[in-house]
Design a protein around this ligand. Structure first.
Ligand code: XMP
Length: 606
């Protein structure tokens, strides 16, 4: 079935994806287009939305994108940066005219289809430094933002030209703080573009079942099943379409999985009725062998990726997959270069590019039934397919698994720059009543969009969550060479932290698996699993009490798409339980909670 479609021009990853998701929620299919896409790529849309941008300004330099869209006879609306671009293109002016950030009131003037069903004053969400200060002759002001007393603050917060079918709003209708944002998006899509709502998950499921059957014909399908949400939903969908006898699944245990995870994945596929042709390869010895003695994080990642390809190739040859169609659980954001987290897909990209797969793609032997869907939609589809909610709610797990959560060390203290920052740290510690000790190791972070491999600081003492987060923000912001703060949950205040030589070994992995298991169980017990987006547990080879044991760091975060993250305050009772459990493990000398947001810290430590 042909659906009406809306194009969203992506000037800033997260905003554009949010807009597309919201349009789809209205039952109209939305696709992301890049600013430089050729004009032909914009054919066949009923309307175009130009997204906001976190970094670009319409003021000053000429912005680069396919301006031929303005010659198309379809409605176009711009949000924030997009609004300013539209105003500028048709003879308006954009200036630095004072910033607006956060909630604002929009006073709507007169009646307009874009604001149908809304009141005269609407709460909207603004985030801009530049403003439209004048519009071209064909445009009218549809609304302005107001100050607390209701007088105009920024003119032209909403503009439109019905003859040109061009519109713009300075605010962001796609964020929840714009209370009636969904209505504005619906008004554009239905009233202005004239779309019909025909896109639904139920319809998608039926369409996909038919299209998978047509593509597969009488062949068999092969799928690599990690146990993650995407590959699981793809497996069940294909099994439903062609029958489990014709679906071959391969699960590889790389030795870097969570406690009992591979066994659970194998059991899960049995429960889902897909156990007939499930192949399991325990490749942990190969992975751990390849990682022996390696400390450097990037080298570790590369080795894990390369070994994965080797194992996959060998298993694929053994199982004769060239004779099958290959299915992959690729989802929509994976296919878009500027959106999502590019690095999160390195492993996927790796095995998507193995020569044997390249060949199969060239021969039209690859199917990707989730390629149009966002993660939330994949979950919705999974629900319709009857996959248990706890499987669909699983936290994302990085391709290299626990390999990036098991820090290595050469045993030499790395104290570069630490002596010089002593007084600065002491001053912050005094201000918040905390003891602040820099640690002689490093972890990855991100500052001003650049990778920062810097030291963590261990904060000890009692303070409110707000103060802990504030202290972290002051330290990572003001003290050079620090990108992370962790809060000591161990007993007493450590005087020293001694680095120990450590690499990837089965013993250390088993210890990390135990600690990680305790943390995940505690999250579930306290009903926090769904509220927390991801919670890495990291094993750091630092001895805090002279017993030769290591430090465990717990990193619960909330996030939208892993681009940014905030740390999560865990209940006191849960922290007590973790103290009891984790510090009770043999080989552990300390426990700490990561307080750092992203930026400046990354979600993973390596
Ligand atoms: P960072 O640490 O960059 O992580 O804040 C962002 C998200 O990506 C995941 N991650 C990875 N996923 N291969 C993956 O498949 C990797 O090498 C990798 N590194 C980080 C991380 O778990 C988080 O969800």
């Amino acid at each position: 079935m042909d659906h009406d479609r809306i194009a969203v021009i992506d000037f800033g990853g997260q905003y554009a994806h949010l807009i597309a998701t919201k349009v789809r929620r209205q039952g109209v299919f939305a696709e992301i287009r890049q600013p430089e896409d050729p004009i032909e790529a914009f054919a066949d849309y009923r309307g175009i939305i130009i997204s906001g941008s976190p970094s670009l300004s319409a003021y000053g330099e000429d912005s680069r994108y396919t301006k031929a869209i303005y010659d198309l006879d379809v409605p176009i609306v711009g949000f924030c940066f997009g609004h300013q671009e539209i105003a500028k293109h048709y003879g308006g002016k954009v200036k630095h005219a004072g910033r607006e950030w956060g909630r604002a009131d929009l006073r709507i003037q007169g009646e307009h289809p874009l604001f149908a069903g809304l009141g005269p004053v609407e709460q909207v969400w603004m985030s801009h430094y530049d403003s439209v200060v004048d519009v071209g002759p064909e445009f009218q002001e549809l609304g302005y933002s107001t100050t607390a007393d209701g007088s105009p603050q920024h003119r032209y917060a909403a503009i439109g030209s019905d003859s040109l079918k061009r519109y713009g709003v300075q605010f962001h209708p796609e964020v929840d703080d714009t209370v009636n944002g969904d209505q504005i998006i619906a008004n554009f899509v239905f009233r202005i573009c004239g779309c019909t709502a025909s896109w639904s998950m139920e319809g998608y499921l039926e369409e996909q079942l038919a299209s998978i059957r047509a593509q597969v014909g009488d062949r068999s399908v092969f799928l690599l099943a990690s146990g993650g949400v995407d590959s699981t939903v793809a497996a069940v969908l294909i099994g439903r379409a062609v029958g489990s006898e014709r679906l071959h699944l391969l699960h590889i245990d790389n030795g870097l999985m969570r406690k009992d995870e591979s066994a659970q994945v194998v059991a899960l596929f049995g429960d889902l009725g897909l156990g007939d042709n499930l192949h399991f390869a325990d490749a942990s010895a190969e992975f751990l062998g390849a990682l022996e003695g390696v400390v450097d994080p990037e080298r570790k990642r590369r080795i894990i990726g390369d070994t994965f390809i080797d194992v996959f190739q060998a298993e694929a040859a053994r199982l004769g997959i060239e004779n099958h169609l290959l299915a992959q659980g690729t989802i929509y954001p994976d296919t878009i270069e500027t959106g999502g987290t590019v690095r999160a897909d390195t492993i996927k990209t790796h095995h998507n590019r193995v020569p044997i797969i390249e060949e199969m793609i060239a021969q039209g032997k690859v199917i990707e039934p989730l390629v149009d869907l966002y993660k939330v939609e994949v979950r919705e589809l999974g629900e319709r397919l009857g996959i248990p909610p706890e499987v669909l709610a699983r936290h994302p797990f990085p391709g290299p698994g626990l390999g990036v959560r098991l820090l290595g060390n050469d045993g030499q203290p790395d104290r570069e720059g630490l002596d010089a920052i002593g007084p600065a740290l002491e001053a912050v510690g005094e201000r918040f009543g905390l003891h602040a000790m820099p640690l002689p190791i490093r972890s990855v972070g991100v500052k001003a969009d650049l990778r920062a491999y810097e030291h963590p600081v261990l904060l000890s003492g009692s303070a409110s969550w707000q103060d802990l987060v504030e202290a972290t923000s002051v330290i990572t912001g003001d003290v050079p060479g620090i990108n992370r703060c962790i809060w000591n949950l161990g007993r007493g205040v450590p005087e020293v932290a001694i680095p120990m030589a450590a690499t990837v070994t089965r013993e250390r992995l088993d210890l990390l698996r135990e600690a990680d298991h305790l943390v995940m169980e505690a999250l579930r017990r306290h009903d926090l699993y769904d509220d927390v987006w991801q919670c890495p547990t990291v094993l750091v080879p630092l001895d805090l009490d002279g017993t030769g044991g290591e430090l465990v760091v717990v990193r619960p975060i909330r996030s939208q798409r892993a681009m940014t993250a905030t740390s999560v305050d865990l209940p006191v009772k849960m922290l007590d339980e973790l103290r009891e459990g984790v510090l009770g493990l043999e080989g552990i000398s300390g426990l700490a909670l990561d307080l750092t947001s992203k930026p400046p810290g990354t979600i993973e430590w390596e």
